[in-house]
Design a binder for this molecule. Structure first.
Ligand code: PHE
Ligand code: ZN
Ligand code: ZN
Length: 480
């Protein structure tokens, strides 16, 4: 009690956050514990998300920030009865929920018993290169017998919503969509239709779909479905904390999404990005830094439901406030086990690419190469880009497969997904690549620091508004 403060006073000035990676790992551990205590996930609308909000708010408050919880409403879907999916002909077989099938979010409700009619374009086994899978992407894929029947479709090649629409137009009474069978696409996942959809939709594992396809191709196969669900409205929250000091007329927003998918704890996606945003905020506060430009740290809700939090934030921001923001930096997945150092930028937008240049330079100074990437509306840069605010970010890779040339540059394993646990229960603390954490946080903190201090914030020439033509992301499983 007596000696310690003196020692501290006499000691060298050292940031209290001594080790960036160790601090990030503490945040990741905390988020893992939250998922463990809340049904294994931190999805928007769930208790795990609330606990994540409370945790992040506490970290920021402890660092001295005033934290704003921006509340808005989301619609979620809940089954009101246990669903049942069973083959009744040629042989009775009950499928197992979670193992063989999952009812889609916003599935229509129904009790029906109908023949199964496979759509055209199915490939079992799937093509090794993953190309050419587009079952149900075209109206012609649905034969006349689809009317009044249950359409059986394979994942891949186009937005799921397109498959749903085509099936419904062809008169299908329900749709069974089975996983593609490609690496990382064998098990069941939660897929999402749009709120207002009336078609009963069930997602099948590759194996369950393959068996059903073989059966339906050989003989009349009948399936029974019992699905009862309803749409609920729930509150959720974005978290926002501003730096002390810094010119509000030049605001830099630094963010990432705080929610996980319902299927897993979301520690790489996106606990890793959240750990990065939190450590950036902590370090700025603990250095006592008053940056030249205001820095706003933002943790978004409901990215996984279709970028809802960041879209809500940007679209409800008064025009004057929006004009004060000169850039948005996004961190969505920065610790993928089989990573590539992707710089996510909107290639058609010079101001976004200019931020990308900063990230590339930061990597390069550490002797690290990086790769261009354009997420095209798949993450929270979308709303900013659409609003004319330059935005870019870092991304370590999700479901795609590492190429041979990427393996040469980045190590890891070619032919395997960047993150084999993407959107799955195994996206746990064990799914975190520490080397990626170190490299990405180093580049990110460098760029945040530079942009917080820079004057002018953005070169006039590159600040030109270039709106992207990317479609609005409809949620991760709606994509393809
Ligand atoms: N937004 C995607 C997800 O959360 C991941 C992603 C990040 C994709 C960045 C592309 C670019 O699932
Ligand atoms: Zn995700
Ligand atoms: Zn994500």
């Amino acid at each position: 009690m007596l000696a310690l403060p003196l020692v501290a006073l006499a000691g060298p000035v050292r940031p209290a956050v001594a080790d960036t990676v160790a601090t990030m790992e503490r945040h990741l551990d905390a988020l893992q514990t939250i998922a463990d205590q809340n049904n294994g996930n931190r999805a928007a609308g769930s208790s795990g998300y609330r606990a994540s909000v409370d945790y992040a708010a506490k970290v920021l408050e402890k660092a001295g920030y005033d934290v704003t919880r921006q509340r808005f409403e989301i619609t979620t879907y809940r089954l009101t009865e246990r669903p049942a999916v069973a083959v009744v002909r040629p042989e009775k077989q009950r499928l197992r929920e979670r193992k063989d099938y999952l009812v889609a979010n916003f599935s229509g409700s129904a009790s029906l018993q109908r023949p199964v009619v496979p759509a055209g374009g199915t490939r079992v086994p799937p093509p090794a290169d993953g190309k050419g899978l587009k079952s149900g992407c075209s109206a012609d894929d649905f034969p006349a017998e689809t009317r009044g029947a249950i359409a059986l479709v394979q994942r891949g090649g186009c937005m799921l919503t397109q498959k749903f629409e085509n099936a419904q137009r062809a008169g299908a009474r329900a749709m069974l969509l089975f996983n593609s069978g490609l690496p990382g696409e064998k098990e069941v996942v939660t897929i999402t239709a749009e709120n207002g959809n009336t078609l009963p939709i069930v997602f099948l594992s590759y194996r369950a779909g393959r068996d059903l396809l073989r059966s339906a191709e050989a003989r009349r196969t009948v399936v029974r479905l019992d699905i009862r669900g309803k749409v609920l409205t729930k509150p959720t929250w974005n978290l926002i904390a501003d730096s002390r000091g810094g010119d509000p007329e030049r605001t830099l927003v630094v963010g990432g999404h705080l929610d996980s998918v319902p299927d897993g704890p979301g520690i790489n996606d996106n606990g890793s990005g959240i750990a990065l945003v939190l450590v950036a905020a902590q370090q700025m506060a603990e250095r006592g830094e008053k940056p030249r430009n205001r820095v706003r740290f933002a943790l978004w809700a409901a990215e996984e439901m279709g970028l809802l939090g960041s879209v809500h934030y940007v679209t409800t921001l008064p025009k004057h406030e929006r004009q004060r923001i000169f850039a948005y930096l996004n961190f969505d997945m920065v610790a993928s086990p089989n990573y590539v150092r992707f710089v996510d930028e909107t290639l058609a937008n010079p101001a976004s690419v200019a931020i990308g240049d900063d990230f590339r330079a930061a990597f390069k100074r550490k002797g690290l190469v990086s790769a261009h990437f354009d997420s095209g509306g798949r993450t929270d840069t979308f709303a900013f880009i659409e609003a004319g605010i330059p935005a870019a970010g870092l991304f370590s890779g999700a479901e795609g497969e590492k190429t041979k040339s990427q393996q040469k540059r980045y190590g890891g394993r070619a032919g395997e997904p960047y993150d084999a646990c993407y959107h799955q229960p195994c996206d746990t603390i064990d799914n975190i690549n520490r080397r990626a954490l170190r490299e990405f946080s180093s580049a990110a903190l460098t760029v945040v620091g530079e942009m917080a201090r820079r004057k002018p914030a953005v070169p006039e020439a590159t600040a030109a508004r270039t709106l992207s033509s990317s479609p609005r992301y409809k949620g991760p499983y709606a994509l393809y």
